[in-house]
Design a protein around this ligand. Sequence first.
Ligand code: SD4
Length: 303
Amino acid sequence: PGAGAVVLSTWDFGAAANAAAFARLRAGGTLIDAVEAGAMVPEADPTNHSVGYSGYPDRDGHVTLDAVIMDDAGGVGAVAALENTMHAISVARRVMERTPHTFLVGEGATRFARDQGFTQQSLLTPESEKAWREWLKTANYKPEANSENRITRTPGGALDHDTIGLLARTADGRMAGACTTSGMAFKMRGRVGDSPQVGSGLYVEAGVGGATSTGLGEEVTRVAGSARVVASMRGGATPQRACEEVVRHIARLRGDAIRGVQVGFLALDPNGNVGAFCLLPGFTYAVTNAAGKTMVLKAASLF
Ligand code: SD4
């Protein structure tokens, strides 16, 4: 199991997530098991301030998580503004498997996770609380391009990384994806980005391919970005061309409003072909190819 599989994920830290996803496939896991296992890696990483535990909070000091998981047979589960549960991706999976719904938010999502027996804990670490208190001094909301990949070596040598979008295909051409984040640092309370929204942060379609996004979510949500990438692929575009098309569309649509803003897309087709494109230089991704080799690559950018 796992032979010929391809796993693709956002940012450098995706390499560790890909390894976890592959390990699940090799152990006989399903594609959903694999993308969940991959997404759980940064969620549990205390040095990663944009996913799960230790994510930067909203401006009121609450860490709120967004996640979606999706297969290519119509299975979808998502949560947004989830609090007190580290593994938002696993809660999203429970929404898919144990409720008649596809999306739970806020208090309802938080209560569902608790009722499902997920460990309840504060996700705010002293380090992220300190960053928030520092931010409060100016309270200037200015999302920073590529902050996901800002590499700060902690004493333990770990890397400081971010939101993960992950796509996987097995040798038979089946696909699944996952996307999980704590959203933009110091966002308004209740703000939900692209990541947990089917068609924005993630989209997967049998026989066509999948796409996922990262960066300033509002710019992706505006155009249902990942669904647009997959629509281009359905129309015959390669994953690379499809990523380029949506980024160009956002740039045309938004003009000066997206100056200094990062948005990046990844795409994968059922044959294992990969695409990646972004607005600004600095978006990296990790691909583990059918031969099992992992590479961290820089996406080409429009600007
Ligand atoms: C969001 N797209 O909530 C996410 C943030 C992100 O890496 O991608 N960070 O807007």
